[in-house]
Design a protein around this ligand. Structure first.
Ligand code: NDP
Length: 258
């Protein structure tokens, strides 16, 4: 970061949040704190829940043109009356630090990209830093969302994993999970994956963040039973979440150099 600043580049991130969703507010606050910690300038645009599509798109357009802003992030989900896809499509691909724009999604598919989506990139970093090579391994991703499951599967494929994607229509989830050398859960169902669904010695990565009625935060994996069979497992909280933010910082610095 110091070297960048010496060469006159001062990365700037704009974070848009619409409405009062408590989880979104926490995520935005954590992103802002991460920016402060490493010296990225962040600007927060907190808009009221009744913001219109036109107003939101006009803000994105302004930020696209703003020279001291290198990355634009619109915190999802947006209130129901707003069109998320239109907002994602409006962000300049060069400032799309979430890597959700179709141009960036296409580049990831081809394997020639500027940015990787933060959560799957964070998972890959965890895998790499733990000295795990996915080459030739059975990798099972549970969840097929555009922001986690699908790009996750693609990144594992780029690293030569043999990838299966499961979803709500998968006939036998347990059978698929039991095959996994590397299991990534990105479902949004608290503790769906239990120890008996995990192969002995598997690597288990839990992307899920689910707030229970008693306010506890749990993943998509039942940690206590899963850790008895897994060789390595990520906790919730404190596993994939912080990695997602670290990758956002990385993307913002990258955007400043494009
Ligand atoms: P989505 O709701 O967009 O997608 C969930 C996926 O899980 C869908 O593909 C759905 O299948 C599948 N699914 C739902 N129920 C089942 C089931 N019973 N069996 C098998 N598959 C099922 O969620 P996201 O991908 O956005 O997020 C997933 C989780 O990750 C959430 O808990 C979210 O909070 C968390 N998250 C964490 C992040 C982090 O930084 N740690 C960042 C982003 C998300 P179908 O497509 O058929 O409906």
């Amino acid at each position: 970061m110091e070297k960048l600043k010496e060469s006159g580049i001062n990365p700037g991130l704009a974070v848009i949040i619409v409405g009062e969703d408590p989880a979104s507010k926490i995520y935005v606050r954590n992103k802002k704190l991460a920016c402060e910690a490493i010296g990225i300038r962040s600007e927060e645009y907190a808009l009221p829940a009744e913001t219109t599509q036109e107003e939101l798109l006009a803000l994105v357009e302004t930020l696209n043109k703003k020279e001291d802003i290198h990355g634009i992030l619109c915190q999802l989900p947006l209130p129901k009356h707003l069109d998320e896809e239109a907002v994602i499509n409006a962000i300049s691909p060069k400032k799309d630090v979430d890597a959700f724009h179709p141009v960036n999604v296409g580049k990831i598919m081809i394997g020639n990209f500027d940015f990787l989506p933060c959560t799957p990139a964070g998972v890959m970093e965890l895998i790499k830093e733990s000295g795990i090579d996915v080459k030739g391994k059975e990798c099972v991703v549970v969840g097929r969302s555009n922001i986690v499951g699908k790009p996750m599967a693609m990144l594992l494929l780029h690293q030569h994993g043999t990838v299966t994607i499961c979803h709500s229509k998968t006939r036998d989830l347990k059978e698929a999970c039991l095959r996994a050398d590397v299991l990534v859960a990105a479902v949004g169902v608290p503790e769906l994956i239990t120890g008996d669904m995990i192969k002995e010695g598997a690597v288990v990565i839990d992307v899920g963040m689910n707030r229970l009625p008693d306010k506890r935060l749990v993943g998509d994996v039942h940690f206590e039973s899963a850790k008895e069979r897994a060789a390595a497992i990520t906790p919730v909280p404190g596993g994939v979440g912080p990695m997602t933010i670290a990758m956002l910082m990385k993307n913002t610095v990258k955007a400043a150099t494009l």
